[in-house]
Design a protein around this ligand. Structure first.
Ligand code: G3P
Length: 212
């Protein structure tokens, strides 16, 4: 059971990574755009925080282009970089090649069990089902996590299930409960996981009683 942070805001990462509870960072082109910064500088800053697993999405029409861009990312960031690829035929071909040469690959934009099967056959390190976006479209994101986890477990698949597009605290517990290996979550969800109104209320009372 591991938590990754899903953001490209370096200050947000720094604050949460300092807890020692975060095992990796995932980014995507939208998160990078929202940071308003040069992607390469963002990745460098994240790695300088001591992050050991950073998902970096690469772009390309063909598997050849995806592979070239992935190799370039790997040259710059070495083993810290996990190459994030879209779950398309070209992405799967690139995944197979990159996994064979020893790179970690995170297959993203996964919405079906069938896609997850292909990702595992392509040697992906992580498969990222987007549970929030499924729920947005009246599909059952948690059921997908459950189905993929069961199929992977019963077939001895090594690919880890990385629940992505997680938008609330409750989904984290439920996703782990049905077999997710990792949840990648926005900083606010991480903060919300630690807090409860009854913890605050109880602590107020205990602090008063300490002083009494
Ligand atoms: O890791 C993928 C995730 O960032 C997508 O989240 O909220 O844009 O669906 P969301």
């Amino acid at each position: 059971m591991k938590l990754f942070l899903d953001t490209a805001i370096v200050s947000d990462i720094e604050e949460r990574v300092s807890t020692g509870l975060i095992d990796g960072i995932t980014t995507n082109p939208t998160l990078i755009r929202k940071s308003g910064r040069d992607p390469w500088k963002v990745y460098t800053d994240i790695i300088e925080l001591g992050v050991e697993d950073l998902s970096i999405e690469v772009n390309g029409e063909s598997s050849k282009e995806l592979i070239e861009n992935a190799v370039c990312v790997n040259k710059n960031y070495g083993n810290v970089a996990t190459i994030k690829l879209p779950c398309t035929i070209e992405g799967l071909k690139a995944c197979k090649y990159l996994s064979n040469i020893g790179l970690r690959v995170n297959m993203t934009l996964v919405f079906t069990v069938s896609q997850s099967i292909l990702c595992s056959l392509a040697g992906a390190t992580y498969v990222s089902p987007f549970i929030g976006r499924m729920d947005d479209n009246s599909l059952d994101g948690i059921k997908l996590i459950n189905d993929i986890s069961n199929i992977y477990a019963s077939n001895g698949v090594k690919t880890k299930v990385l629940a992505a597009s997680v938008r609330d605290v409750q989904s984290v517990g439920v996703a782990f409960g049905v077999g997710a290996d990792i949840c990648t979550i926005p900083p606010k969800v991480f903060d919300d996981m630690a807090s409860h109104v009854l913890t605050d209320k109880g602590l107020e009372q205990f602090n008063r009683d300490f002083l009494a």
